[in-house]
Design a protein around this ligand. Sequence first.
Ligand SMILES: Nc1nc2c(c(=O)[nH]1)N[C@H]1C(S)=C(S)[C@@H](COP(=O)(O)O)O[C@H]1N2
Ligand SMILES: [Mo]
Length: 236
Amino acid sequence: MSIDEPQRDDLRPYGRRTFLAIVAGGLTSLWWGKPLWDRLSPALRTAADVLPAQVRNLVPSGWRIYTVAATMPVFNRRRWRLKIDGLVEQPLTLSYDQLLALPRSEQVSDFHCVTGWSVKDVHWAGVRFADLLRAARPLAGAKALTFVSAERPYVDSLTLEEAYLRDAMLAYEMDGKPLSRPHGAPTRVVIPEMYGYKNVKWVERIVVTDRPVDGYWELRGYDRDAWLGHSNGYGA
Ligand SMILES: Nc1nc2c(c(=O)[nH]1)N[C@H]1C(S)=C(S)[C@@H](COP(=O)(O)O)O[C@H]1N2
Ligand SMILES: [Mo]
């Protein structure tokens, strides 16, 4: 790849120098045949999260950042809202501060993408779905949640039963820091029992429905059954 290509919007927070350092580091480490990853400082590891695909693929382990649109949504703390509507008695619109004021839960869990990579022991903080939905009061016919991402057209859904698993949550922190932009700032779904594609990033709306709907990847052939060990990622 050319390092003269225009700087992408999503690289800006880390600065062009860091970016170039990582590109150079990534390429030389390949040349040496030794993993660069172990020698990176935590700051550079974070920066590695936002690398373009060609470079990211050189990173031997850890997170891959997945997107379906050309740019990642930008989080504006003052303007951001989470909408909860559909089959509820009381539709809600929460600000970021109102979201943070809800009961906070934490957990350490592994994360698995159906394509084969995993990240162990991720520390999440966020809100359990039961706590999130309490004030909206789901109606008797409510059976599922559809998560709409600010990154159009990414969407996916969970049954209420799945969403109410004891370690599923709408997460706003990862490893002790507010969720970074590449990982879905300010909030994403976390459901460790299911493959990554159910873990919708940049959630801005939750629609309570009478049944689960097919998500972005399910419409493109991934299994509806996203439980770990079940989905093969290529459709039933
Ligand atoms: N909005 C949005 N959410 C998404 C995706 C995506 O492309 N867009 N990819 C999914 C898939 S397939 C995986 S494995 C995880 C990856 O999470 P990460 O990008 O934080 O590593 O995000 C999931 N959530
Ligand atoms: Mo994935």
